[in-house]
Design a binder for this molecule. Structure first.
Ligand SMILES: [Zn+2]
Length: 239
């Protein structure tokens, strides 16, 4: 009984592991299907811990990206607000609708704050943050731009140039675990279906459904000499 319990636990650990792989695959498929036209953004000025930022964020639930621009001071940030407001319907953006940084971007903003702090007013520092996953965000990546004398771009946790969007690969563990658990019954069902099919094939070929022992010459009711499985009694013909 104990070994059986262990077997079940091991099987479910495998289903969850497969669920985690599926979670990353779903996240990548979702982010690589982001089309430029269908995207909707909210944008607005946000200040976080003394950083003056202008954020343009995706409104999609499955995957999200945001562009974060850092300014030397609040006055420069407000000038960016005016500049954006002067553009009629910029890329599906809703100006002023964003009043705080998206929760999934805040950790990246804090972690890479030096990349968002301009060394002087005439230099812009900016950052892109990408997250993806369904129903929970489970992968993330970031890119930073320094528009200095020699512009510098840096990538963190992104696979580039595979599809049109960069694929984030830094794992967000709580999200990945939850997605993995939610996806695991799919692998349980697939495994059960596979097992049913194998048993069905063995039975119809005159083999023991459990161990594939050739039952040729055995009485229909005799247990399997290999594994001891007693065949299911056939339903009695109706009289
Ligand atoms: Zn058998």
């Amino acid at each position: 009984m104990r070994t059986r319990w262990k077997k079940h636990a091991a099987a479910w650990a495998c289903y969850v592991l497969l669920g985690a792989v599926a979670g990353v695959v779903v996240a990548w498929v979702a982010i690589s299907n982001v089309s430029a036209d269908g995207r909707e953004f909210t944008e607005g000025p946000v200040s976080i811990e003394g950083l003056h930022l202008y954020i343009i964020a995706d409104r999609s639930a499955t995957n999200a990206g945001c562009h974060i621009q850092g300014f030397d001071n609040a006055a420069l940030m407000l000038r960016e607000v005016e500049r954006r407001a002067a553009i009629p319907t910029p890329d599906g953006g809703v100006i002023g609708a964003l009043t705080e940084a998206p929760s999934w971007a805040v950790a990246e903003i804090r972690k890479r704050r030096e990349h968002l702090t301009p060394p002087s007013p005439d230099i812009t520092r900016s950052m892109g943050v990408y997250v993806s996953g369904w129903p929970m965000h489970c992968v993330k990546g970031a890119t930073t731009y320094a528009e200095d004398a020699t512009p510098r771009v840096m990538f963190f946790g992104l696979i580039r140039d595979v599809v049109k969007m960069p694929l984030p690969y830094l794992i967000l563990w709580p999200g990945l675990l939850l997605n993995a658990i939610l996806y695991s019954p799919v692998f349980f069902a697939l495994h059960e279906a596979w097992r049913w099919w194998v048993r069905h094939l063995r039975r119809s070929n005159g083999l023991c459904p459990t161990c594939a022992y050739d039952r040729k010459g055995l009485a229909e009711t005799a247990p399997c000499p290999e594994c001891g499985l007693a065949p299911r009694p056939r339903p009695a013909p109706a009289s």
